[in-house]
Design a protein around this ligand. Structure first.
Ligand code: PEP
Ligand code: MG
Length: 747
């Protein structure tokens, strides 16, 4: 880069900074800025267009075009050259604008006499703010150098817009992050919550985009990048554990951290007058813009990695850390791109709600949110760009809608909704002690799913008859090392104490797939959901499972004990796991520990294969519990975590219901107690259908027990079964529509 153009760029930024430092109104500043840019770049026109709303750009200041057009000329996103720059987030440089595809003539601006056009996006970290344009009469293409200079200026404008430098008169100059916004996502966990935004990773604020001393800035960047490389190297050597995806991410981190072109671009930005942090952010913004265009999931992930790395670098440069930043506000609603189950557990019940830009309903983070009964909205796009720590926010987990900085009327309606939900909960309190007995006298046992000590108080509050599924892996997920046998025994013992005489079914460690323990070595697997997980790990490497079984026997200490093994796919696996349990009992007995008063050993039916196991399996199992989350994904070959396919197949699909009914039949033949413990058991309509096809035990999140019991107590199972049979006979794909009609007419 020639020294002369660099110093010109710096001079231009210096003049901009002086203008911004003046105590003047937003509009005056914008006007001066267009003048300075036109003057420095020796071009007749410089205009700034800013977004008036998500879809409309408005001419907010100009040097060279007619003054009357300011705040009058508007265009939609994608319309004309300016609209196209905004839409594609890419520069347009043309010597003959009127000939350019999509050109739209705006007579009120008087621009017809200008032939050449250069427009660059004003954007900040994926947020489109506007377009900066220069035009001149002579037909010429702007040089690479001029484009670069204009991009650097646009970056400074973006930062200043973010900091509110242009707020004042004019509708388009209203401050950012102040307007009410609604986001439509998907339901992750029902419920409604009102609170204040708490960002999992607060955004870094750059207050000094322009710097005087490029040498000092280059040194700062160098030091920060060195530090970053150190952090990444440390991560690679300490965290790399054979998990293919995680290792890949780490290696990509390392690659980016050492990328020369990334570094070179940032150095160039600095030599143009940007501060080190503004340079990092400028490159991060272009990466985010690219991210939006990339359809390929793999490439998008890599761009996300670069984004994460830029965030780390910004934190090093500004000293604004994830934990030293904002304090948790009252009634915190957590906002994150995505979050793992372990991290979520660390926040625990403090959170009133969770909103994720990504996330999926079948993920274990969603299961944790459900276990904690925290309303969760997933797939809420771009909310992180808009939200600021402490913003007022409403999470409607019933509809998957989020209101950020809501208007008073919305708040009022929302509060009414919360009051109605609370009333419904009160109605359920009235039936808490009553059985889930249907109108035709059939009783369904309703138990709850748990995984934390903190879940146990719900046992009483919800009216659950016991714990039908205790997910033991949650304790393993929140730690950085394998828990000790004594610790586990103490914990399980406290769970049994809290349950008093109620039955608790402990499921042995179910890891693998998306439940990854950072401290456990894992082989590289092409498809972890179909891979080495749950009982497969337990049988191949029985050390941890044996330790867990010992802890369970010691915790029972003379009380009844129920254990079930997850993800059993064939009889042999169940036999082996059962043998391990029997050996453990024998061994513990020899060591002098008190034996359980009684014990039962069950299996989770989560793969279709087990439904076709030999009769002897059904005879040997003391009980069977259907893990519908996994069973459904394997039945339909549709990943429970993949939002593209997950919703395609209804749980009430006739094939799936028929399959479940077959399992009921096989268990009835051998008198094997059967329950269903997947998330679907907690949905009233699904629960009613399961009961109608013969299931008599359902395990669900505590908050679902009331609604499920309420519906069962008002239903006649024979009638419901007749509706199901008729829908099947009619060739329906799902019995849902017929059941909905039935409920509407009969309740
Ligand atoms: C299931 O698969 O339905 C189940 C209960 O297990 P998890 O969701 O923990 O895999
Ligand atoms: Mg499962």
């Amino acid at each position: 880069m020639p020294e002369r153009t660099e110093s010109e760029s710096r001079k231009l930024l210096g003049r901009l900074r002086d203008t911004l430092a003046e105590d003047s109104a937003g509009q005056t500043r914008l006007d001066r800025i267009t003048h300075i840019i036109a003057d420095s770049m020796q071009t007749e026109v410089c205009s700034i267009y800013l977004f008036r709303d998500a879809d409309t750009l408005e001419l907010c200041a100009t040097e060279g075009l007619k003054a009357e057009a300011v705040h009058q000329t508007r265009m939609r996103l994608g319309e004309g050259l300016v609209g196209r720059v905004a839409k594609t987030a890419r520069a347009i440089n043309t010597a003959n604008a009127p000939q350019e595809k999509g050109f739209r003539f705006m007579p009120e601006t008087g621009e017809e006499i200008y032939s050449s056009f250069l427009g660059v996006p004003i954007q900040r970290l994926g947020e489109r703010l506007g377009v900066l344009v220069v035009q001149s009469k002579v037909a010429r293409s702007y040089s690479e150098d001029e484009i670069y200079a204009l991009e650097v200026v646009a970056m400074v404008l973006a930062e200043m817009t973010e900091l509110g430098a242009f707020v004042g008169e004019g509708a388009a100059l209203s401050a950012l992050h102040k307007q009410p916004q609604m986001f439509r996502g998907s339901v992750g966990q029902e419920g409604a919550a009102e609170g204040n935004v708490y960002l999992h990773e607060p955004r870094v604020v750059v207050t000094n985009p322009i710097a005087d001393d490029p040498h000092a800035e280059l040194r700062r960047l160098d030091d920060a990048v060195q530090k970053l490389r150190g952090v990444v190297d440390h991560m690679v050597s300490h965290v790399k554990n054979g998990d293919r995806e995680q290792d890949e991410v780490l290696e990509t981190y390392r690659m980016f951290a050492n990328s020369r072109s990334w570094m070179r671009r940032m150095q160039e930005d600095i030599s143009r007058g940007l501060s080190a942090e503004a340079a990092v952010e400028k490159e991060q913004s272009s990466a985010r813009a690219r991210m939006e265009e990339v359809a390929d999931a793999y490439l998008r992930e890599r761009l996300h990695d670069l984004d994460d790395l830029s965030n780390r670098l910004l934190r090093i440069l500004t000293g604004q850390g994830a934990d030293t930043g904002a304090e948790m506000p009252e009634n915190p609603i957590l906002l994150a791109r995505n979050i793992g189950p372990g991290e979520l557990l660390e926040y625990g019940r403090k959170l009133k709600g969770i909103v994720l830009e990504e996330g999926s309903v079948g993920s274990h983070a969603a299961i944790v949110a459900r276990a904690l009964a925290i309303p969760l909205v997933i797939q809420a796009p771009k909310i992180l760009t808009e939200a600021l720590n402490g913003d007022h926010i409403l999470v409607d987990g019933e509809q998957g809608i989020v209101h950020l900085r809501p208007e008073e009327t919305v708040v009022r309606a929302f509060r009414e909704k919360i009051a109605m939900l609370e009333q419904a909960q009160e109605r359920y309190v009235g039936i808490r002690e009553k059985p889930a007995e249907t109108l035709d006298g059939k009783v369904v046992a309703l138990t709850m799913n748990a995984g934390l000590m903190a879940d146990l108080p719900s046992l009483e509050g919800s009216g659950a008859e016991g714990v039908g599924l205790f997910r033991t892996e949650l304790q393993f997920l929140v730690r950085s090392t394998v828990p000790k046998r004594g610790e586990l025994a103490a914990l399980y013992s406290r769970v049994l104490d809290a349950a008093q005489t109620k039955r608790v079914v402990f499921r042995t460690l179910d890891i693998g797939s998306d439940k990854v323990l950072p401290y456990m070595k894992r082989p590289e697997e092409p498809n972890p959901a179909l891979g080495w997980r749950a009982i497969r790990v337990g049988l191949d490497k029985p050390g941890v499972m044996r330790m867990q079984l010992q802890a369970l026997v010691r915790a029972a200490n003379g009380r009844p004990l129920s254990v079930m093994f997850p993800f059993v796919a064939q009889f042999e696996e169940f036999k082996d796991a059962r043998r391990l349990m029997l050996d453990t009992l024998e061994h513990e007995d020899k060591l002098g520990h008190v034996m359980p008063e009684s014990y039962e050993i069950g299996a989770m039916l989560e793969t279709p294969s087990l439904a076709f196991a030999p009769q002897q399996f059904f005879e040997m199992a003391d009980f069977i519990s259907i893990g519908g989350n996994d069973l459904k994904q394997f039945f339909f070959a549709a990943d429970r975590e993949n939002e593209l396919v997950r919703k395609r197949y209804d749980t009430l699909n006739v094939s799936y219901l028929g399959f479940l009914e077959m399992i009921v039949g096989r268990c009835n033949d051998t008198h094997t107690p059967l329950s269903f413990c997947g998330e679907d058991a907690g949905r009233p309509l699904e629960a009613l259908c399961f009961a109608a096809i013969g299931m008599r035990a359902l395990s669900m999140r505590p908050a679902s027990i009331g609604p499920v019991k309420h519906l069962l107590r008002r239903s006649n199972l024979d009638d419901a079964k007749a509706v199901i049979d008729l829908a099947r006979k009619d060739g329906a794909q799902s019995v849902r529509p017929a059941m909905m009609d039935f409920l509407q007419n009969s309740l």
